[in-house]
Design a protein around this ligand. Structure first.
Ligand code: FAD
Ligand code: DLZ
Ligand code: SF4
Length: 508
């Protein structure tokens, strides 16, 4: 009987993954491998490693229950070579299959390795396209071809048409494509915050926690309490919970930040979607159904669906369009090292302290925290975008390069010179003050522009614009800002620059 070896990677944990769908339980064999190279090429957060290993082990158990033969290699097996290629070679000796089947890897780094396998191992390797996205890599390339500028909003409209989500024929539900203008309310402490759905570690997860504690003790982040879902059934329970108690307010408070409330009205679904435990379109259809059932307003449903069929698909398209050069782009030529407080949370700046601390505790921060607090500070301070990228890739449980890199390097650091977004997400303390209560707990004064007790974001903001004036002055979205700068008197401008220089000298 001909046997295929079906390799399932750690972010392909879906029963509908094409490599598995085309396989035959009676003859084929599934291979899953825990390898140290994946956990250490950046030193991932302990919770992230535990999540992936536990989800992989649960998925393997489920496959076995469903009649599949699974060869599962644990990290602590003495013979484990520690890389996908090494483990594949060992498996080929054990099983002597006729061919290997794998769904295309989500990251460029791994897909290149897979392309070399056939030559390297001497067995045919079939690479199948990943059907968990609404547009394939080729389709996105065709969409991008011939366009002067790629803009998410137009891409998103095409995705609405393609999926027919929230559409009335060819018209968008509610007469508008986008209700973002309604989604900018700051949260207040007296709002009733939803409880998040947490799960107790079962025996399989306990084993993984022990392993991670022993092997990755020096990695960033708190391992416990560990409460993530690790099966698709439990991840679906998180969807139910989100739809019942949280989604209705998601739109309104999407951009808000509040001390002591890391999750607010966000879904916490990205780690489950990205690893394969949840299908993105399934989540969107559930959100759409909640809207049509009258359970949630349109601004919440549309806002949520846009994040998934719009932003998520768009950044993946950009990643594959621009790799491998993308990862080295550095439009501003920034060279500063990432300040150490990104690893400790040890800073007087209350906003950064809050976001880094919750990142350390939960391997989670929501979008505006990533973009307008940690991302904004790194951009203003002129940190090397590659170091910023490696930090984001390591510290968040949902981070895989295909989604993290365009968000970090493109959206947050503008290191691609505006390929992904039309203007840098740079802001003074005023934005953070408007959208959060962090400034009320801070030793710096957000209203003060310069001096040792002034909010550092204020002087850094102008310093960033001035430092990069040559590169940004032709950006029409910044024209008004530069006019304001040039109208300022010379003494004030000098004060801003000196204040920024004094502050930054602590980090050089
Ligand atoms: P919600 O706020 O509930 O949003 C709903 C869903 O929409 C998310 O689960 C996610 O699947 C999707 N989504 C929302 N925004 C984006 C976006 N910009 N790009 C892609 N998908 C999006 N997201 C990741 O999944 N992995 C990353 O590594 C990652 N790195 C980021 C780095 C930076 C610098 C920034 C600014 C954003 C990054 N994002 C990343 C996007 C976004 O911050 C996360 O998807 C979101 O915070 C996940 O939390 P949630 O599930 O509660 O999202
Ligand atoms: C992130 C990760 C980690 C930490 N460990 C593993 C692993 O041991 N085995 C595995 O199959 N996948 C792991 N992953 C996810 C992979 O990094 C991810 O599947 C690839 O990068 C996709 O290109
Ligand atoms: Fe952050 Fe400035 Fe507000 Fe302090 S005052 S929390 S540093 S924005």
């Amino acid at each position: 009987m001909k046997t295929s070896l079906i390799l399932i990677l750690g972010d392909q944990l879906s029963a509908k993954i094409p490599s598995l769908e085309q396989a035959d339980k009676r003859s084929d064999l599934v291979l899953m491998v825990e390898v140290s190279e994946e956990a250490t090429y950046v030193r991932h957060h302990k919770k992230k490693i535990a999540f992936i290993f536990s989800a992989m082990r649960h998925f393997a158990e489920e496959l076995t229950r469903n009649g599949w033969r699974v060869d599962y290699i644990r990290l602590d097996e003495p013979e484990n070579i520690g890389s996908f290629t090494g483990e594949l070679k060992r498996a080929l000796i054990r099983h002597q299959p006729n061919r290997v089947v794998v769904t295309e890897a989500s990251e460029w780094r791994i897909l290149q390795a897979i392309f070399d396998w056939e030559k390297e191992v001497g067995v045919p390797v079939d690479i199948l396209s990943d059907n968990r996205f609404i547009v394939s890599r080729d389709e996105f390339q065709r969409w991008a071809e011939g366009r002067k500028q790629l803009r998410m909003e137009y891409f998103y409209r095409d995705m609405r048409r393609k999926t027919e989500l929230l559409m009335n024929g060819d018209q968008p539900e509610g007469g508008k494509w986008n209700f973002d203008a309604e989604n900018r309310k700051p949260a207040s402490a007296d709002l009733l915050m939803p409880q998040i759905r947490k799960f107790s570690p079962d025996a399989t997860t306990q084993d993984v926690l022990k392993l991670v504690k022993g092997r990755f003790a020096d990695h960033f982040g708190d391992l416990e309490p560990f409460w993530f879902a690790v099966t698709s059934q439990d991840a679906e329970a998180v969807v139910d919970h989100f739809l019942d108690g949280t989604l209705a307010q998601f739109g309104d408070y999407q951009d808000a930040m509040l001390t002591g409330e890391p999750f607010l009205y966000h879904s916490l679904l990205s780690l489950y979607i990205n690893s394969g435990l949840l299908d993105p379109l399934y989540v969107c259809r559930r959100v759409e159904a909640a809207y049509y059932a009258g359970k949630v307003p349109l601004n919440a449903a549309e806002g949520y669906i846009r994040q998934i069929i719009g932003w998520r698909e768009y950044v993946r398209g950009i990643y594959w369009l621009k790799m491998p050069e993308y990862v080295s782009e550095n439009f501003f030529g920034n060279t500063r090292h990432l300040p150490n407080f990104y690893w400790t949370g040890n800073t007087d700046m209350a906003c950064l302290q809050a976001v880094v601390t919750q990142t350390k505790e939960e391997a989670y921060a929501h979008h505006i925290q990533r973009l307008m607090v940690t991302g904004n500070f790194a951009l203003l301070a002129g940190v090397d975008p590659h170091e910023v990228h490696e930090w984001y890739l390591a510290v968040y449980a949902d981070a895989y390069e295909w989604v993290e890199l365009p968000n970090t390097l493109g959206m947050s650091q503008f290191a691609d010179g505006g390929f992904l977004s039309s203007k840098p997400y740079a802001a003074s303390g005023n934005y953070i003050n408007k959208m959060s209560d962090y400034c009320r707990h801070c030793r710096f004064d957000v209203k003060k522009k310069v001096g040792d007790d002034a909010c550092p974001f204020n002087a850094l903001y102008w310093d960033f614009l001035l430092r990069n004036e040559d590169k940004l002055k032709s950006n029409h979205r910044l024209a008004q800002v530069y006019r304001t700068w040039h109208k300022m008197d010379e003494a004030k401008r000098t004060e801003y620059r000196q204040s920024a220089a004094r502050f930054l000298s602590k980090f050089s």
